[in-house]
Design a protein around this ligand. Structure first.
Ligand SMILES: *[C@@H]1O[C@H](CO)[C@@H](O)[C@H](O)[C@H]1NC(C)=O
Ligand SMILES: *[C@@H]1O[C@H](CO)[C@@H](O)[C@H](O)[C@H]1NC(C)=O
Length: 352
């Protein structure tokens, strides 16, 4: 009895550690975010011609991208099979609810993908799209479901003062817009790297200190902690689900995947095979995970970083246009990688 009893106890403890250990990412012992890309003829999930409201900058095929392999990959977790996305089921499960993506254009990328996937599932159901400044609201009146996008690249505030535009790492006014939403999905990172003309602030304020510049990863961590405090203080987890989109990787530097002479991400037609990205972990993602782990309220990390790192082929490169005449190795073509983020969102929302 001794041995088998000890082994059972050990297995049970391992199971408990697995489900509670990280507090997020693991589902019934299967990490949805560990796996590989497999070729699947049944993909993509839609053609953008079925999605009349798609933004031109994501519509790579219509912008002239010649290759199609990149449309044909399905994410396969190593330990389980993903439930296939069912848009009608998504709408029924979330009847009467509001979802809001809050963040930068990677958040916009995911919001556009989800609205396409839902519209294509119920093409005859009326929809209503209102884009008003930083807020976009996509409504399915029959289901009472609202899928919103609130553009907010830093989550913390930028305020115009006499000394210039001040990025305030300790202050969140936008939080007022997040109250009363049923499902919040945040993201932030890419704008923290901007300098020169693309940098939308002149000074950074932390507590009583105002500085011209500081290490951007440090600034990001302080801001995320401000955001975390806001969530811990304001969110009631029995009413509101909070998720964070893992840092979406860019592929500006081919040396990361061992092709020093490649032209950024241009001409890539296939994902990296296997489980690991040769370029190693994304430093911003490491910071994000650290902040989320220290929170009191449960925030689910939609841990898309590694799986997206493998998709060197997923970016518009020179087929972004409509606002991106340059090389774009940050956003993602649609149909494409953000559809997988939404397949994972779908499964995550009903597993937890
Ligand atoms: C996943 O699906 C494949 C093919 O249908 C099947 O062979 C396999 O057993 C499934 N794996 C799990 C963990 O359910
Ligand atoms: C920061 O400002 C607050 C309120 O204005 C003040 O009470 C505090 O002493 C200041 N701290 C430092 C380190 O200057």
């Amino acid at each position: 009895m001794g041995w088998s009893f000890s082994i059972s106890v050990l297995l049970f403890l391992t199971f408990l550690i697995q489900i509670h250990g990280r507090g997020f990412a693991e589902n019934y012992g299967c990490n949805l975010f560990q796996g590989s890309w497999v070729y699947d003829e049944s993909y993509p999930l839609y053609a953008t011609s079925q999605c009349p409201f798609i933004e031109k900058e994501f519509d790579c095929q219509n912008n002239g991208r010649p290759d199609k392999f990149y449309l044909k990959y399905r994410w396969q977790p190593a330990g389980c099979n993903l439930t296939r996305f069912n848009g009608e089921d998504f709408l029924r499960r979330h009847r009467g609810r509001s979802l809001m993506f809050v963040g930068d254009s990677l958040s916009l990328n995911q919001w556009q993908s989800l609205t396409c996937m839902l519209h294509i599932a119920v093409p005859l159901a009326p929809y209503n799209l209102v884009r008003n400044g930083d807020l976009s609201i996509f409504t399915f009146p029959t289901y009472g479901v609202k899928v919103m996008f609130s553009r907010n690249a830093f989550l913390v505030d930028i305020v115009s003062e006499s000394i210039g535009r001040v990025l305030k790492l300790d202050s969140i006014q936008a939080g007022q817009t997040w109250k009363g939403i049923d499902i919040l999905i945040f993201d932030s990172w890419h704008w923290w790297l901007h300098t020169g003309r693309k940098q939308p602030w002149d000074l950074i304020q932390v507590g009583n200190r105002t500085v011209r510049d500081m290490n951007r990863l440090v600034a990001y961590e302080i801001a995320l902690n401000t955001w975390a405090k806001w969530i811990d203080y304001n969110i009631d987890p029995t009413r509101t689900r909070v998720l964070f989109q893992g840092v979406s990787p860019d592929h500006q530097n081919p040396a990361q995947w061992g092709e020093p002479r490649a032209n950024f991400c241009a001409g890539q037609t296939k994902p990296i095979s296997g489980l690991r990205y040769p370029g190693g972990p994304n430093p911003a993602e490491v910071v994000l995970e650290k902040v989320l782990k220290a929170m009191q309220k449960p925030v689910y990390l939609l841990d898309i970083t590694t799986l997206s790192q493998l998709r060197i082929d997923g970016h518009p490169s020179v087929y972004g246009h409509g606002g991106h005449l340059d090389m774009d190795c940050s956003h993602w073509c649609l149909a494409g990688v953000p559809d997988t983020w939404n397949e994972l969102l779908y499964v995550s929302l009903f597993q937890n």
